[in-house]
Ligand binder design. Structure first.
Ligand SMILES: [Zn+2]
Length: 236
């Protein structure tokens, strides 16, 4: 399963097209993906973004460095190219996109199912969730089941497939890379807490909510799976 973190693919794709200008220099130079100003006419005068593998204008390069000094960043979705939908690549089948906005708020309005040891229960459609911490070397995951597992092995494969692909992303290799990705691509839960973020995704049969906590010595990842439609099979 391939995972894209919105709007990385769109920006990379746009930049791939923009670089062609530097081969021919015909017409207007491309616009900076970050601010929309004209890019320098020589590629050696551009700056490499510290958050994504594209060149940006020198002013943006300096601004990124200064913000980074304060532990801040302009989220990629606020970049000029992402905001003006100049980029926008059609979704690819079998690919999952992690988004900073929730496309399934109704899940959180559902009646809750009581689960032993969890007095507040879980939304009725929740199948299971993974809770994991990163010890600096690797992830340690515990799974909690909120209802009986489906008989259809393909559904379990979908749950495992996404989780495996997630932990294999370069952004999930250390808390440092995770924090950097969160600042750039995730939804911050509360401005006063710079360590807690949300991301949302959709697979063919599940809505997925990721809660990311970038503090050390804490649980760093919760990955919740909600059925889009409850399977009708008998699980007894
Ligand atoms: Zn710029």
């Amino acid at each position: 399963m391939n995972i894209d973190i919105f709007p990385k693919k769109d920006l990379l794709d746009k930049w791939r097209r923009d670089t062609k200008w530097y081969e021919t220099a015909a017409g207007e130079p491309p616009k900076c993906l970050r601010c929309g100003r004209a890019m320098p006419s020589k590629i050696s005068h551009c700056a490499l973004s510290r958050y994504i593998d594209v060149q940006i204008c020198p002013e943006c390069g300096t601004e990124e460095a200064m913000l980074d000094w304060d532990g801040k960043a302009l989220p990629l979705r606020n970049w000029h190219a992402a905001q003006n939908a100049e980029a926008s690549v059609a979704p690819v089948e079998g690919e999952v996109t992690l988004m900073p906005t929730c496309g399934f708020p109704e899940v959180f309005e559902q009646p809750r199912r009581e689960v032993w040891g969890h007095p507040n229960g879980f939304p009725m459609s929740e199948l299971c969730y993974a809770r994991a911490d990163h010890d600096g070397y690797r992830w340690h995951t515990t799974w909690t089941r909120c209802q009986d597992l489906p008989k259809d092995a393909a559904l379990i494969g979908e749950v495992d497939g996404l989780y495996g692909a997630l932990l294999a992303l370069p952004e999930f290799q250390t808390l440092h890379t995770l924090r950097k990705m969160c600042r750039n691509c995730a939804e911050i839960v509360a401005e006063e807490d710079p360590n807690t973020y949300n991301l949302f995704a959709e697979t063919p049969h599940f809505h997925v909510w990721l809660r990311l906590i970038t503090r050390e010595r804490d649980y760093n990842l919760y990955c919740h799976y909600y059925y889009k439609a409850q399977p009708t099979e008998k699980t007894a």
